[in-house]
Design a protein around this ligand. Structure first.
Ligand code: FES
Length: 72
């Protein structure tokens, strides 16, 4: 997991995380996701794409930059 993307749910409900190969983490059921600086970002959709490559310009969210990241 990248430095971004610690999902949280305040009511103790279920949060699921599904990695997309070569792409983001699909987070379902979270109330918020923390960025690398620990700032919590509210989640307002049932599923959000959280950056797993740490190259997004919109951390903690995936902005599609992973498509251009070279993998060795
Ligand atoms: S996973 Fe990092 S920009 Fe998409």
């Amino acid at each position: 997991m990248s430095t971004a993307g610690r999902p949280r749910r305040g009511d103790g409900g279920q949060v699921s995380v599904r990695p997309v190969p070569g792409g983001p983490l699909l987070v379902r059921g979270a109330d918020s996701v923390a960025d690398p600086d620990g700032v919590e970002h509210a989640v307002e959709r049932p599923v959000v794409a959280v950056c797993a490559c740490a190259r997004s310009q919109r951390l903690p969210w995936c902005d599609g930059t992973h498509r251009y990241v070279r993998r060795d």
